[in-house]
Design a protein around this ligand. Structure first.
Ligand SMILES: *Cc1c(COP(=O)(O)O)cnc(C)c1O
Length: 711
């Protein structure tokens, strides 16, 4: 990328090719200035944007708008970033510098224009790459390129979710073909008892970090295998096992083809666990040692992060499927079918047990973790059976709490305000609590005004989306009525998440009269914006979503309870930057961490959440609001009833009064105080720089020293 010529259009294309732009709004503002209408039309995809203009058009337009210095400045900033000699990683991660951390994940959420994620797991992986890049940690990501992404969501007139699948156009994505040593497109190949699985490899540049994506849609594959990487979490178990073989084994083979020796293998969730076995196979061959020795060695530098206490989140495959798709590979490891199956069984002697990807990962990684303190506890209990001779506390699963990539989620206006008091370079020091002390110095009025203008931006966005939705459904929301949708002076609650039943997205609807009293209150009303997708096969989740959709269609609520379709990165960004309150009501202890509430804090919103996941370690009594006291009941109905009660009480007695308590100039001083306290107590902890540093110091460095001494 060093020499893309001096033409402005070359520089713009070079900027578009590195996803560094996704957390640098100064680049985005150049493109939006070039043509705001086109930018929206191409759904925030700069490559598609530039593909629609000739170089001459770009040059002309840039001259007309006098964009030269902004383009050149952004281009210089990117190059300085890429060349920076003294990063945290260079200083602190010396011994992993020539052997990178290889980070495997089934999904990566980096931006709405690269839709290869479904939710929290993917966004977390994307944030991990971005912070690893900012910190200068040598890391390579490995994933799959889903041609149809997850899905885009529409609701029909009954409020039932319908899914649309659209093929991505690789010409409009920031992808580069990875070549083999002979300069031909790199193809990885995995033999199975039926057809071999083949895939080509694309590379995406995320700042300083490379992300490699496998793509099975190539000639030479069977028709079925060409669709292996069509959809994220689609297909039956045989599609699923082949996807995971491709991700794990195929991913590890990319490294071999490029002569990259991993210093650390980091598996983000169990989907990629087969990577461990391929690494073992490589070491067996390379060092001519038997399986058990290679197994021990590889486990020393393998790190595994588990992400959910929900059983369905842990893939399991029956023995015949394993044999069919992995039989040939198993023979290369010199294992019998039973020995192989034992790797994925809690009880190796139990022939009825299926092969569990999480079990494989836990048995072959020296370091494993959950994603919040409470999730660490739950995981130790959940997997105690793997270490029957240890006490529960001694089960070797720790925790590193998730965080968010701050510059990807912080509104530029809020960042500007931060820079005036925290210093221009505050993002490089964000893990230090003292940096956030200076939030105190921000004027209450200024903070409130910034928040209000972000809320107005959200409301305009919601109105636009809603008018499109209503037109499609034929609802009689004429454009002048759209202006009555949502009121910036009303307490605005955001509630967006996957519609999995344990998340209880409908808890706030559970007592309709009480809800009506809150929404229709003339002096101190509330309004709620919902969003979220249910998995295409999850009818229970869809029914839950339908309940919300139906209320939002009801004329009594239509201006105050809103459902916005197709929750994605873009909608999430608007929501977390504009709401007053973020509502989260999972059934404790099933939320592993949750990260959307962390994004809200940065932007001046407050959390109202069950004490689960990150919130159970974050809440201090005055940096947001808690629903209940962290209790649990074995009977979910009883727990639901209690949590409903707590939710309404907290809203009625704490949240609403504090929000509407204004001083003479209309500022809710007590509320703003709470916002500031939230930023100060949470900002330095729940960000991805802190998270990735924790991984580096506690896991990567010790794991990498195992590789450097052993080989
Ligand atoms: C942050 C984010 C998530 C994760 O949300 P939680 O419900 O808090 O786990 C999911 N989807 C999108 C689009 C996000 O931006």
């Amino acid at each position: 990328m060093k020499e893309p010529g001096s033409h402005l259009h070359d520089r713009l294309r070079a900027l578009a090719q590195n996803l560094w732009w996704t957390w640098h709004p100064e680049v985005i503002s150049i493109v939006t200035d070039l043509d705001p209408h086109l930018w929206r039309q191409v759904e925030h995809n700069p490559i598609a944007f530039f593909n629609q203009m000739t170089p001459e058009q770009i040059e002309d337009r840039a001259s007309e708008l006098v964009l030269h210095s902004r383009i050149n400045y952004a281009f210089r900033r990117l190059n300085e970033y890429l060349d920076q000699p003294k990063t945290w990683g260079k200083i602190h991660c010396g011994n992993i510098n020539n052997r990178p951390v290889v980070y495997f994940s089934a999904e990566f959420g980096l931006h709405e224009s690269l839709p290869i994620y479904s939710g929290g797991l993917g966004i977390l992986a994307g944030d991990h790459l971005k912070s690893a890049s900012d910190l200068g940690i040598p890391l390579i990501g490995i994933g799959l390129l889903y041609q149809q992404g997850y899905f885009s969501q529409h609701l029909n007139r009954d409020g039932w979710q319908e899914e649309n699948y659209i093929n991505l156009d690789t010409n409009n994505l920031p992808l580069q073909e990875v070549k083999d040593s002979a300069g031909a497109p790199l193809i990885v190949n995995i033999d199975t008892r039926s057809n071999p699985i083949q895939a080509k490899v694309w590379q995406v540049q995320v700042g300083r970090v490379r992300l490699m994506l496998l793509d099975s849609n190539i000639e030479g594959n069977s028709a079925q295998d060409r669709e292996l990487t069509s959809r994220l979490y689609g297909g039956d178990s045989s599609v699923r096992i082949r996807q995971e073989i491709l991700l794990g084994i195929g991913g590890a083979r990319i490294l071999q083809a490029l002569n990259i020796f991993p210093g650390v293998l980091h598996l983000n969730e169990g989907h990629s666990s087969f990577a461990i076995l391929e690494e073992i196979r490589r070491i067996m061959e390379y060092d001519a040692i038997p399986f058990h020795r290679a197994h021990r060695r590889v486990s020393l530098y393998t790190v595994f992060t588990t992400h959910t206490p929900v059983a369905a989140g842990h893939d399991r495959f029956p023995a015949d499927l394993v044999e069919e798709h992995l039989g040939i590979f198993r023979e290369k490891l010199g294992l019998s079918h039973d020995d192989f199956m034992a790797l994925g069984r809690v009880n190796p002697a139990d022939n009825s047990e299926t092969f569990c990807m999480t079990v494989l990962a836990l048995k072959t990684s020296r370091r494993a973790n959950g994603v919040s303190a409470i999730h660490g506890d739950v995981s130790r209990l959940m997997w105690h059976g793997l270490w029957p001779n240890r006490r529960e506390l001694e089960v070797p699963i720790g925790h590193i709490t998730n965080g968010v990539h701050v510059l990807s989620w912080l509104a530029p206006q809020m960042n500007q305000l931060f820079q005036t008091r925290l210093g221009q370079d505050w993002p490089t020091r964000m893990v230090h609590p003292d940096v956030w002390e200076h939030i105190e110095e921000i004027d209450d009025g200024e903070l409130w005004e910034t928040h209000q203008s972000l809320k107005m931006r959200l409301i305009r966005f919601v109105r636009r989306r809603l008018s499109l939705q209503s037109q499609r459904l034929g609802h009689d929301k004429t454009l002048d009525k759209i202006e009555h949708i949502l009121d910036p002076d009303v307490l605005t609650i955001g509630c967006a998440r996957r519609f999995a039943t344990y998340k209880r997205g409908n808890l706030i609807l559970s007592q309709p009269e009480r809800l009506a009293a809150l929404v229709k209150n003339t002096k101190r009303p509330i309004q709620i914006i919902f969003a979220g997708k249910a998995h295409p096969l999850d009818d229970e989740g869809k029914a839950l979503l339908q309940q919300i959709a139906k209320i939002s269609y009801d004329s009594a609520y239509r201006t105050r309870i809103i459902f916005i379709e197709n929750y994605d990165y873009n909608l999430a960004r608007h929501l977390v930057q504009g709401v007053d309150v973020w509502l989260n009501t999972p059934r404790r202890p099933l939320e592993a961490c949750g990260t959307s509430g962390q994004k809200v804090v940065l932007n001046g919103g407050l959390n109202l959440s069950v004490l689960d996941g990150w919130w159970s370690e974050a809440f201090d009594g005055s940096n947001g609001f808690a629903i209940g006291h962290g209790g649990m009941h074995n009977d979910p109905d009883i727990q639901n009833q209690r949590d409903q009660q707590y939710l309404y009480e907290t809203l009625e007695n704490e949240v609403i009064p504090l929000y509407y308590n204004r001083d003479a100039s209309g500022i809710p001083c007590g509320w703003v105080k709470r916002i500031k306290h939230a930023m100060q107590t949470l900002g330095w902890r729940f960000n991805a720089d802190r998270m990735v540093k924790d991984y580096a110091e506690r896991f990567y460095l010790p794991a990498a020293s195992a590789t450097s001494t052993e080989t």
